[in-house]
Design a protein around this ligand. Structure first.
Ligand code: ZN
Length: 194
Protein backbone atom coordinates (compact mmCIF):
# COMPACT_ATOMS: atom_id res chain seq x y z
CA UNK A 1 0.00 0.00 0.00
CA UNK A 2 1.35 3.38 -1.00
CA UNK A 3 0.46 5.62 1.94
CA UNK A 4 2.04 8.72 0.35
CA UNK A 5 -0.29 8.45 -2.62
CA UNK A 6 -3.26 7.80 -0.36
CA UNK A 7 -2.65 10.91 1.71
CA UNK A 8 -2.00 12.89 -1.44
CA UNK A 9 -5.40 11.77 -2.73
CA UNK A 10 -7.14 12.57 0.58
CA UNK A 11 -5.58 16.05 0.59
CA UNK A 12 -6.45 16.60 -3.08
CA UNK A 13 -10.09 15.59 -2.46
CA UNK A 14 -10.28 17.77 0.67
CA UNK A 15 -9.08 20.79 -1.32
CA UNK A 16 -11.50 20.11 -4.16
CA UNK A 17 -14.49 19.68 -1.82
CA UNK A 18 -13.62 22.77 0.25
CA UNK A 19 -16.79 24.64 1.22
CA UNK A 20 -19.10 21.73 0.30
CA UNK A 21 -21.32 20.01 2.84
CA UNK A 22 -23.39 16.84 2.96
CA UNK A 23 -27.12 17.38 2.59
CA UNK A 24 -28.66 17.98 6.01
CA UNK A 25 -28.70 20.50 8.78
CA UNK A 26 -25.61 19.25 10.61
CA UNK A 27 -23.14 20.91 8.20
CA UNK A 28 -21.08 17.78 7.84
CA UNK A 29 -18.11 18.58 5.57
CA UNK A 30 -18.43 16.80 2.22
CA UNK A 31 -14.97 15.22 2.54
CA UNK A 32 -16.29 13.02 5.39
CA UNK A 33 -18.15 11.02 2.74
CA UNK A 34 -15.27 9.96 0.42
CA UNK A 35 -13.14 9.31 3.52
CA UNK A 36 -15.82 6.96 4.85
CA UNK A 37 -16.17 5.14 1.54
CA UNK A 38 -12.40 4.53 1.42
CA UNK A 39 -12.37 3.55 5.09
CA UNK A 40 -15.16 1.04 4.52
CA UNK A 41 -13.37 -0.57 1.57
CA UNK A 42 -10.11 -0.77 3.56
CA UNK A 43 -11.99 -2.59 6.34
CA UNK A 44 -13.75 -4.96 3.96
CA UNK A 45 -10.83 -6.66 2.26
CA UNK A 46 -9.47 -3.91 0.00
CA UNK A 47 -6.73 -2.48 2.26
CA UNK A 48 -3.99 -3.42 -0.22
CA UNK A 49 -5.87 -2.21 -3.27
CA UNK A 50 -4.31 1.26 -3.33
CA UNK A 51 -5.81 2.34 -6.65
CA UNK A 52 -9.31 1.45 -5.48
CA UNK A 53 -8.83 3.35 -2.20
CA UNK A 54 -7.52 6.38 -4.10
CA UNK A 55 -10.46 6.19 -6.49
CA UNK A 56 -12.79 6.02 -3.47
CA UNK A 57 -11.25 9.21 -2.08
CA UNK A 58 -11.66 10.91 -5.46
CA UNK A 59 -14.98 9.37 -6.51
CA UNK A 60 -17.03 12.58 -6.37
CA UNK A 61 -14.49 15.18 -7.53
CA UNK A 62 -15.37 14.97 -11.23
CA UNK A 63 -19.10 14.92 -10.61
CA UNK A 64 -19.24 17.60 -7.93
CA UNK A 65 -16.22 19.90 -8.40
CA UNK A 66 -14.35 21.58 -11.25
CA UNK A 67 -11.68 18.85 -11.34
CA UNK A 68 -10.55 17.87 -14.83
CA UNK A 69 -9.88 14.22 -15.71
CA UNK A 70 -6.32 15.14 -16.77
CA UNK A 71 -5.46 16.26 -13.24
CA UNK A 72 -6.40 12.86 -11.85
CA UNK A 73 -4.57 10.99 -14.57
CA UNK A 74 -1.37 13.00 -14.11
CA UNK A 75 -1.31 12.67 -10.34
CA UNK A 76 -2.73 9.20 -9.80
CA UNK A 77 -2.61 7.39 -13.14
CA UNK A 78 -5.05 6.06 -15.71
CA UNK A 79 -6.34 3.12 -13.68
CA UNK A 80 -7.55 5.46 -10.92
CA UNK A 81 -9.05 7.86 -13.47
CA UNK A 82 -10.90 5.05 -15.21
CA UNK A 83 -12.50 3.87 -11.95
CA UNK A 84 -13.53 7.44 -11.04
CA UNK A 85 -15.02 8.00 -14.49
CA UNK A 86 -16.93 4.73 -14.30
CA UNK A 87 -18.69 5.81 -11.12
CA UNK A 88 -19.27 9.45 -12.15
CA UNK A 89 -22.70 10.51 -13.40
CA UNK A 90 -23.02 12.83 -16.37
CA UNK A 91 -24.34 15.96 -14.69
CA UNK A 92 -25.63 17.29 -18.02
CA UNK A 93 -28.41 14.70 -17.90
CA UNK A 94 -31.59 15.19 -15.86
CA UNK A 95 -31.54 13.54 -12.45
CA UNK A 96 -34.09 10.82 -13.23
CA UNK A 97 -32.13 9.74 -16.33
CA UNK A 98 -28.88 9.67 -14.34
CA UNK A 99 -30.50 7.44 -11.74
CA UNK A 100 -31.84 5.10 -14.40
CA UNK A 101 -28.42 4.94 -16.06
CA UNK A 102 -26.80 3.89 -12.79
CA UNK A 103 -29.13 0.88 -12.68
CA UNK A 104 -28.44 -0.01 -16.32
CA UNK A 105 -24.67 0.40 -16.07
CA UNK A 106 -24.04 -1.35 -12.74
CA UNK A 107 -23.73 -4.89 -14.12
CA UNK A 108 -21.19 -3.78 -16.73
CA UNK A 109 -18.80 -1.87 -14.47
CA UNK A 110 -15.30 -3.16 -13.75
CA UNK A 111 -14.96 -5.13 -10.49
CA UNK A 112 -13.23 -2.17 -8.79
CA UNK A 113 -15.94 0.26 -9.87
CA UNK A 114 -18.61 -2.16 -8.64
CA UNK A 115 -16.99 -2.41 -5.21
CA UNK A 116 -16.76 1.37 -5.03
CA UNK A 117 -20.37 1.73 -6.13
CA UNK A 118 -21.64 -0.65 -3.42
CA UNK A 119 -19.48 1.00 -0.72
CA UNK A 120 -20.76 4.42 -1.82
CA UNK A 121 -24.35 3.26 -1.50
CA UNK A 122 -23.73 1.74 1.96
CA UNK A 123 -22.35 5.08 3.15
CA UNK A 124 -25.30 6.94 1.66
CA UNK A 125 -27.79 4.62 3.40
CA UNK A 126 -26.02 5.45 6.64
CA UNK A 127 -25.92 9.20 5.98
CA UNK A 128 -29.62 9.30 5.25
CA UNK A 129 -30.09 8.10 8.83
CA UNK A 130 -27.16 9.82 10.54
CA UNK A 131 -26.68 13.07 8.64
CA UNK A 132 -30.42 13.16 8.02
CA UNK A 133 -30.97 15.31 4.95
CA UNK A 134 -34.05 17.44 5.21
CA UNK A 135 -36.09 15.13 2.99
CA UNK A 136 -39.60 13.84 3.53
CA UNK A 137 -39.78 10.19 4.56
CA UNK A 138 -40.99 9.02 1.14
CA UNK A 139 -37.88 10.47 -0.49
CA UNK A 140 -35.58 8.70 1.94
CA UNK A 141 -37.40 5.41 1.34
CA UNK A 142 -37.25 6.10 -2.39
CA UNK A 143 -33.47 6.41 -2.17
CA UNK A 144 -33.33 3.06 -0.36
CA UNK A 145 -35.38 1.40 -3.12
CA UNK A 146 -33.26 2.91 -5.86
CA UNK A 147 -29.99 1.92 -4.14
CA UNK A 148 -31.37 -1.62 -3.80
CA UNK A 149 -32.05 -1.61 -7.54
CA UNK A 150 -28.50 -0.49 -8.36
CA UNK A 151 -26.82 -3.02 -6.06
CA UNK A 152 -29.26 -5.72 -7.21
CA UNK A 153 -27.61 -5.57 -10.65
CA UNK A 154 -24.35 -6.90 -9.16
CA UNK A 155 -25.74 -9.92 -7.36
CA UNK A 156 -23.23 -12.42 -6.03
CA UNK A 157 -20.18 -10.59 -7.34
CA UNK A 158 -18.88 -9.00 -4.13
CA UNK A 159 -20.44 -11.01 -1.31
CA UNK A 160 -18.82 -9.18 1.62
CA UNK A 161 -19.91 -5.72 0.49
CA UNK A 162 -23.22 -7.02 -0.76
CA UNK A 163 -23.91 -8.64 2.62
CA UNK A 164 -23.16 -5.41 4.46
CA UNK A 165 -25.33 -3.46 2.02
CA UNK A 166 -28.41 -5.61 2.63
CA UNK A 167 -27.82 -5.57 6.37
CA UNK A 168 -27.70 -1.76 6.41
CA UNK A 169 -30.66 -1.57 4.03
CA UNK A 170 -32.85 -3.58 6.39
CA UNK A 171 -31.63 -1.73 9.49
CA UNK A 172 -32.03 1.66 7.85
CA UNK A 173 -35.55 0.88 6.66
CA UNK A 174 -36.48 -0.17 10.16
CA UNK A 175 -35.12 3.09 11.54
CA UNK A 176 -37.02 5.11 8.94
CA UNK A 177 -40.27 3.26 9.35
CA UNK A 178 -40.23 3.23 13.14
CA UNK A 179 -38.70 6.72 13.22
CA UNK A 180 -36.13 5.77 15.81
CA UNK A 181 -33.80 8.63 16.57
CA UNK A 182 -30.54 6.74 16.20
CA UNK A 183 -29.58 3.95 13.90
CA UNK A 184 -28.78 0.70 15.68
CA UNK A 185 -25.34 0.43 14.11
CA UNK A 186 -23.89 3.82 14.91
CA UNK A 187 -21.41 3.38 17.71
CA UNK A 188 -18.80 5.90 16.67
CA UNK A 189 -16.09 5.87 14.06
CA UNK A 190 -14.19 2.86 15.30
CA UNK A 191 -17.14 0.56 14.88
CA UNK A 192 -18.73 1.94 11.78
CA UNK A 193 -18.42 -1.13 9.61
CA UNK A 194 -18.62 -3.74 12.40
ZN1 ZN B 1 -20.38 9.23 -3.13
Amino acid sequence: MDSKKLFQAATFAAQKHTGQFRKGSAHVPYINHPLQVADLLAHKGEAENTNLLIAALLHDVIEDTQTQPDEIEQMFGKEVLDIVLEVSDDKNLPKEIRKQKQIEKAAHLSPSAQKLKIADKICNLKDIIEVAPNWPLWRKLDYYTWAENVVGQMKGKHPVLEGLFYERLAQGREVLLTRKKRSPWFKGWGNLWG
